[in-house]
Design a protein around this ligand. Structure first.
Ligand code: MN
Length: 324
């Protein structure tokens, strides 16, 4: 990252260095639109001047964090700019026309789209109606980037939700759980979905959440050693068979353990996939070769093996991610 850009930002804006570093980073990731991104930041900084978050921090840290997530997720510079500007039309004197004349029609449309989504009155309902609501959100967005910006907005809001009243925390968490996490899933943004679900759960059932968190915390070392060992064993076997594959090992997210404990009424000891390993190979034949190798190493439990290679679950069935 260029030192000179950071220096000049620090001279110009009164803001914690960590946030200015984020601004510099997103500008540098899009060299062709560097000035526009810095311009969008400057514009938003001035528009939100004097406004504060519930935490007491300057409001601008929110749009910076949102834009920075959008950038981390690999989206284009228009989305990053719209992330910086996403609350200007709603919460400041700035008009659609101003944003449009400064940053172009599509950026203005993105900001406008995010603002409109925020106006939909959300109320928890039956699952069937909830599905209609999710579809409506997606359709309303027109440009899918509007949804991406909204997901980043939700992510930063839920990360910093502790400053709100309990009532508004619960309302927001429920909306994220029922609308936005499933949309993230649909878009294939698994880790976004996991974070949204886990953080919402922590708000909605803090005791249930803590129970699982503590269970895992007490066993972190054991679990990690087990995952490392399994990874090494599989890596050695793949090498022996000349198969190239990427091996990933992880602990199950808290919310999916929660669903098993409370949704399926299981005990911790009955959940077999708290530790999970994944092997990613180039093609279908590779999948079956790896499956054979794994079954040689570890005996499948009769009746519990599911062939998700031949039976790809539909998106609606994949909520459990094809694991059991
Ligand atoms: Mn926002």
């Amino acid at each position: 990252m260029s030192e000179s850009m950071i220096e000049s930002l620090r001279g110009k804006y009164e803001l914690e260095p960590a946030y200015l570093d984020k601004v510099a980073a997103m500008a540098e990731h899009h060299p062709e639109d560097r000035e526009l991104i810095l311009g969008a930041f400057d514009f938003a900084y001035k528009a939100h001047d004097g406004q504060r978050r519930k935490s007491g921090e300057p409001y601008i840290i929110h749009p910076i964090s949102v834009a920075s997530l959008i950038d981390e997720w690999g989206f284009d510079s228009e989305s990053v700019m719209a992330g910086l500007l996403h609350d200007t039309i709603e919460d400041t004197e700035v008009s659609f026309q101003e944003v449009e004349s400064r940053f172009g029609h599509s950026v203005a449309e993105l900001v406008d789209g995010v603002t409109k989504l925020g106006h939909v009155v959300y109320q928890s309902r039956e699952e069937e109606q909830m599905e209609d609501l999710r579809k409506m959100f997606i359709a309303m967005a027109k440009d899918i980037r509007v949804i991406i910006i909204k997901l980043a907005d939700c992510t930063h809001n839920i990360r910093t939700i502790q400053f709100k009243t309990i009532e508004s925390q619960r309302k927001k968490a429920l909306e994220i759980m029922e609308i936005y996490a499933p949309i993230a899933h649909r878009l294939g943004m698994q880790s976004v979905k996991w974070e949204l679900e886990d953080r919402s759960l922590k708000v909605l059932d803090p005791i249930g959440y803590a129970e699982i968190e503590n269970y895992i915390k007490d066993r972190t070392d054991t679990f990690n050693k087990f995952l490392d060992r399994t990874k090494d064993t599989i890596a050695a076997a793949l090498k022996e068979h000349n198969i190239e594959g990427q091996i990933k090992a992880r602990l199950k997210q808290i919310y999916s353990i929660y669903r098993k404990l409370y949704g399926q009424n299981l005990q911790f000891s009955e959940i077999y996939d708290i530790c999970a390993t994944r092997v990613i190979v180039k093609d279908l034949a590779g999948c079956y070769s790896v499956l054979g190798i794994i079954h040689d190493l570890y005996k499948p439990i009769p009746g519990r093996f599911k062939d998700y290679i031949s039976a790809v679950p539909l998106p609606s069935e994949a909520a459990g991610e094809g694991e059991n």
